[in-house]
Design a binder for this molecule. Structure first.
Ligand SMILES: Nc1nc2c(ncn2[C@@H]2O[C@H](COP(=O)(O)OP(=O)(O)OP(=O)(O)O)[C@@H](O)[C@H]2O)c(=O)[nH]1
Ligand SMILES: [Mg+2]
Length: 381
């Protein structure tokens, strides 16, 4: 776990877009950093339509940041958005401390959680893909300014050499991951042949997906924890539904606002499990600052990975933690935009799990009969 840095200053750009609440984004970034044992000690905000191309926030705000860094003993600055290579390196040299952006923070957490060979490969690929564009142009910039960051850094050729090394590594990692994809693809094909339906459990990170898999499968070995991205090696469990039919429940890697594209691409092998599911359980955490906005993020990510058209059941989890009227109002707010009826449960306290199983069973049989109707019509045509 990263502990070289422990006191962070946030640089927050408020683009004033209605779908982005700057406070939610900043609080979430602080939580992400807390998962790396880094404490946020200060925050600088700026309302701007777009970031400053050279320094992310404007020059005045960067000077303000420099003062705060000295005053508060900050050793890392974190921006609440993606940084371009120029912005990253300018900020590092102007502020004199390490600078990260939000995608990098998420990748550092993934890196710290990756234990299996497959998860490690996927995170390594994402890291390389993230680093390459940051190195592009840096060599030129360094040679023009006559050195590296500060006065000592490597010159153009060294950056170029490093970039080429990373590019070769990407090719070799992609080759290895292709083998993983093929293996997973074959096991999915076997499952399909055995005619067993798969239900994927998706949702925001820490919403209780793995706990729900535990409750559905009665397998206490499944790893659950109060931390972001606890699951990077999702498990699949076979469960008997009340009517006697068996299904497979597949846990998945959690989603988050602005999940780095490099990670989505690298975790393709894992995320393909979602694409091929017959039904999705979309888990919502009512303790979230804005559960509906989190649901929108999940829906957008599902679209991004090509799983938007899979039928789904919304599962409002952790109902043991909220009042009845709070739940009622959430259920009402959910039914309108999503058009799906939601099932309230507590995965931890085993509340309403049997109702959920019945709902899953009836949804699957409806899907089966729709597929049959489609196939029969197709055969007749
Ligand atoms: N009170 C309460 N806590 C719950 C419930 N379900 C899950 N939790 C807690 O929420 C935290 C996260 O649970 P996980 O099941 O690991 O969440 P996840 O969605 O798999 O998280 P990631 O794998 O990190 O994306 C744990 O501390 C669980 O004990 C619930 O129904 N009630
Ligand atoms: Mg999990």
């Amino acid at each position: 776990m990263e502990n070289r840095y422990n006191k962070a200053l946030l640089l927050c750009l408020d683009r004033q877009r209605s779908d982005e609440d700057p406070d939610i984004l900043a609080d979430e970034l602080a939580l992400l950093l807390a998962n790396l044992n880094i404490k946020v000690v200060g925050r600088i905000d700026q309302k701007r339509i777009s970031p400053d191309p050279a320094t992310f926030l404007g020059k005045g705000k960067v000077l303000e940041a420099r003062e705060l860094i000295n005053l508060l003993g900050v050793n890392i600055v974190v921006c609440n958005d993606s940084l371009l290579s120029t912005q990253l390196h300018n900020l590092r040299s102007l502020l004199g401390v390490e600078v990260w952006d939000r995608p990098f923070v998420i990748m550092k957490i993934f890196e710290s959680r990756a234990h299996s060979a497959e998860a490690k490969l996927q995170v390594e690929l994402a890291m390389c893909k993230y680093e390459i564009p940051l190195l592009k142009g840096l060599g030129k910039q360094m040679s023009q300014t006559g050195g590296g960051i500060g006065t000592r850094g490597p010159g153009e050729t060294e950056f170029e050499r490093h970039r080429r090394k990373l590019e070769r590594k990407v090719v070799s990692l992609q080759r290895k991951l292709e083998q993983v994809r093929k293996r997973r693809c074959n096991s999915r094909k076997r499952r399909k042949r055995s005619n067993i339906s798969t239900v994927a459990i998706v949702g925001y990170t820490n919403s209780g997906k793995s706990t729900l898999l535990r409750a559905l499968s009665h397998d206490d070995e499944i790893y659950c924890a109060d931390k972001l991205f606890a699951t990077l090696d999702p498990k699949v469990r076979r469960v008997k539904l009340p009517g006697g039919k068996h299904v497979l429940f597949a846990d998945t890697v959690g989603f988050i606002r602005k999940l780095p594209v490099e990670l989505v691409a690298a975790f393709r092998a894992t995320l393909e499990e979602v694409n091929e599911a017959n039904l999705l359980l979309v888990v919502i955490d009512p303790l979230d600052k804005d559960p509906l906005e989190s649901l929108t993020v999940v829906e957008e990510t599902l679209k991004q990975i090509g799983a938007a058209s899979i039928p789904r059941i919304i599962v409002v989890n952790k109902i043991d933690m909220i009042e009845k009227d709070q739940l009622q109002s959430l259920l009402e707010r959910l039914s309108l935009p999503s058009g799906f009826e939601a099932v309230p449960v507590s995965a931890l306290k085993n509340i309403n799990i049997s109702t959920l199983l019945k709902r899953i069973e009836s949804s699957l049989s409806r899907i089966d009969s729709d597929v049959k109707l489609f196939t029969d019509t197709y055969k007749l045509a």
